[in-house]
Design a protein around this ligand. Structure first.
Ligand code: ZN
Length: 157
């Protein structure tokens, strides 16, 4: 709460309209090593950002992208998973065991949607957005891998 009062003391983002001013939407991982705005040279207000474990194009991500494209000024979509992601380096079973051990109870019913092949999943995710009936061909869609050790993006699709 102290940090928030401090933030509010020099808050200058009031009156924003919620449109993506740079026309950008980003789907990326929840990983704390990723700073989505700064890695693309963007400012608050420039982009719609959807994050989940692995940076996957889920049903909810598509909902966000459709809204972004039609109502919020999105013209480019960047799908950005990253190197050394826990969702690619564990199996579903391993994550269930780790969570189960932490929770002290059975976690075998919990789905985590691990990624077995990051590039194949990324290609499918890019395709899902490009082929969505409500996302027009005029929207540019790219698939990238972010290197958490160098800060560099590598465009794959
Ligand atoms: Zn990750």
């Amino acid at each position: 709460m102290d940090a928030n009062r401090e933030f509010s003391g020099h808050f200058d983002l009031g009156g924003f309209d919620g449109v993506a001013h740079a026309g950008v939407a980003i789907v990326t991982c929840m990983d704390s090593r990723i700073d989505p705005l700064n890695m693309l040279g963007l400012q608050p207000g420039d982009a719609k950002i959807f994050r989940n474990p692995g940076g996957r194009v889920t049903t909810q991500a598509l909902e966000a992208l459709v809204l972004g494209v039609h109502l919020l000024g999105v013209k480019r979509v960047l799908i950005i998973p990253h190197t050394r992601c826990a969702m690619t380096s564990n199996t579903e079973q391993e994550l269930r065991e780790k969570v189960g051990a932490s929770a002290g109870q059975d976690a075998s019913w919990q789905h985590f949607h691990v990624v077995e092949d990051q590039l194949a999943s990324l290609e499918k995710d890019v395709q899902k957005v490009r082929s969505h009936p409500l996302i027009p061909d005029s929207v540019l869609v790219g698939g990238f891998v972010y290197d958490v050790d160098t800060g560099l993006l590598d465009q794959k699709f």
